[in-house]
Structure formats: structure tokens, C-alpha cells
Design a protein around this ligand. Structure first.
Ligand SMILES: O=C(O)C(=O)C[C@H](O)[C@H](O)COP(=O)(O)O
Length: 311
């Protein structure tokens, strides 16, 4: 089995608060999260050939993820089960400021992966190896595995993409900044949001942020500008693409939906600009329901939305 895209990281079984705590329940809706899994599910719904690379606990949540990925068409041959360590879980709460995450993932199966366990042949055979800063934050061996995976990918001519997903509940800012900057030197694509980039670089002007990462060594910078849309920058060109205003119900997973749909299109040979327009539309649509995975649109839904808005 071969996959064109490999998404490396930790799935998290999700409990999403859907009403105020009353003590009388039900307050939470169960679902699926974790950036690497969200990315893979999104890519599969857009038609990509994609595998998830992770370790799961030998528990009910791990089983549920296998069922999910099989249903979604995400390849599962790169998964290992850990007999002792559990699958991670997280809780989402909502308030006027947006959505907030509480994690229960310390010592999880995925956090115990080591560089020696990486499937080097599969990484070399893929077209794109996707990693995120959350995978670097969850443990030092997982962080080492991200760097090793990037090295293997580069040797094999596999493109590398890096979502800077900044979670300061998982690591402190100095360590995050050092490791994310170091990763930026190595990758073909870096994908921060403007808010994360501001915290990481101290810069707020989108063009200056793009210059910063290009100067570090990233070949392509894909900068998410929230409601303003997104932009891309390479050494020779840059362009902004407008956002698609919608009334959001839950923005959880919108960033992962953006990256999964963007890279599906890039791997299929679409231009950066067209890939960005598509990703913006998919990300807007995924905010229309609760949870990180359930509301991810299919390719047909994205294309219908784009046609209706003349995108
Ligand atoms: O992956 C993790 O560790 C998480 O934090 C869980 C979340 O499912 C996603 O990361 C959602 O991320 P956004 O797309 O930025 O809303």
C-alpha cells in the first residue's frame, strides 16, 4: 500500500461542550480531533491518497479511530498499537472568546513514538510528508521523530509541510519558538496563522512575517489571515486571497481543514493560488457544525459553495 500524503501526529478523542454545564447532562458531544487526524480526514474527503502515521492505545478510543479512518478512506497501515499507553483525549469548551482546549494526553501512545520506529520507505515513497508543532510539543521523542521524518523525506525527494499549530498548554514559548524556527529552516511549506506568527516572531505585518520565514529557509510560506483570508509567499511571488464570511458555529478544526484541503490540491498539481482559494472555502464550510471532523465538507460541497459565491 502506498500513500501520496502522510500525516504524522496524534489523534485525540474529542468531547465538545454543546451546552452550559448543568450537572444534568448531556453537556458534551463526542467526536474526533487531533490535528494530524483532522488533516488526514479532510484530505481524504477531498479525494487525496492519504495515510495517518501514529500510535494508538489498545483501547476503545483507539478502536473508534480505526473505524473512523476506514470509513473516511484514510489509510491505516502505518499505525501501531501500544499495549499499555492510552489514546489521548481532549475537551472543547466555548465562550465569547471562541473555543478552548483541555488536553488529557500526557504519556499517550502517540507521544511515545521514537525516530527508529518511523516507516522510512513509506515516507520516501510519498509525495508529501506533513508534520505539525503539536507533534513536536507532546514529547521529546515525538519531537525528535518529526526532525528524523523531515530528514528522511528530504533524502527521498518527498515534499515537507509544517503547520505551526501553537499550543502553549503543551510547551513553553521559548522552547516552541526555538524548535519551530529550526523546523522552518528545513521545510518546503510552513503554514502559520498570523496570530501564531505574531507570538513566535514579534511581527504583525503579514509581508514581514512571510519575509521572516523565507529568510529562515522555508521555500513557501502559507499564512492564514483569519477572516481576511490567506496569502502565500515564495522567493519570487506572493499573493493574498480573500476570506469567505460565514456565521461560525464552531471553528474547531478549521485550521486543519484548511491545510488538508490546501495540500490535497497542491499534491494534485493545482497552483498555490487555486489551492488557497479552495482551502479558504473548505475552512469556512467546516465552521458550520460542531467538532473537528464531522462538519468537514466533501469536494462536491466545496465546489458548489465556490460556484455559488463566484470564487
Ligand atoms: O491537535 C491537537 O492537539 C488539538 O489541539 C486538537 C484539535 O482537534 C485540533 O488541533 C484543532 O485545531 P484547529 O484547526 O486549530 O482548530
Amino acid at each position: 500500500m502506498t500513500a501520496e500524503i502522510i500525516s504524522f501526529g496524534e489523534p485525540l478523542f474529542e468531547f465538545n461542550q454543546v451546552k452550559e454545564y448543568s450537572g444534568e447532562g448531556p453537556d458534551y458531544l463526542s467526536g474526533f480531533g487531533g490535528d494530524a487526524s483532522n488533516f488526514a480526514c479532510c484530505a481524504a474527503r477531498q479525494g487525496a491518497s492519504v495515510a495517518i502515521l501514529t500510535h494508538l492505545g489498545n483501547d476503545v478510543f483507539g478502536n473508534k479511530f480505526i473505524d473512523l479512518w476506514e470509513k473516511e478512506g484514510v489509510q491505516t497501515h502505518l499505525i501501531e498499537r501500544n499495549a499499555i499507553a492510552p489514546t489521548g483525549i481532549y475537551f472543547i469548551s466555548h465562550d465569547e472568546q471562541g473555543h478552548h482546549f483541555s488536553f488529557a494526553r500526557k504519556g499517550s501512545a502517540a507521544s511515545q513514538i521514537t525516530p527508529e520506529q518511523l516507516p522510512a520507505d513509506a515516507i520516501r515513497a510519498a509525495k508529501l510528508f506533513h508534520v505539525t508543532a503539536i507533534t513536536q510539543a507532546i514529547s521529546t521523542s515525538s519531537c525528535d521523530s518529526v526532525f528524523k521524518g523531515i530528514e528522511i523525506a528530504k533524502e527521498g525527494g518527498t515534499l515537507t509541510s509544517f503547520d505551526t499549530n501553537l499550543r502553549l498548554k503543551l510547551w513553553d514559548l521559548n522552547r516552541a519558538r526555538g524548535i519551530i524556527h529550526e523546523t522552518a529552516r528545513l521545510v518546503d511549506f510552513i503554514m502559520p496563522s498570523v496570530d501564531e506568527a505574531e507570538v513566535l516572531t514579534g511581527l504583525s505585518d503579514p509581508d514581514k512575517i512571510c519575509d521572516f520565514y523565507l529568510n529562515l529557509g522555508s521555500k513557501n510560506v502559507i499564512l492564514k489571515l483569519g477572516k481576511e483570508g490567506a496569502m502565500y509567499a515564495t522567493a519570487s511571488e506572493r499573493k493574498r486571497v480573500a476570506g469567505n464570511p460565514v456565521e461560525a458555529i464552531d471553528a474547531t478544526g478549521a485550521g486543519d481543514c484548511f491545510s488538508g484541503s490546501f495540500f490535497t490540491n497542491v499534491v494534485a498539481g493545482k497552483s498555490l493560488e487555486d489551492s488557497l482559494k479552495y482551502a479558504n472555502a473548505a475552512a469556512a464550510l467546516t465552521t458550520q457544525g460542531y467538532g473537528a471532523v464531522a462538519p468537514i465538507p466533501t469536494r462536491d460541497q466545496v465546489e458548489t459553495f465556490m460556484k455559488a459565491r463566484d470564487i
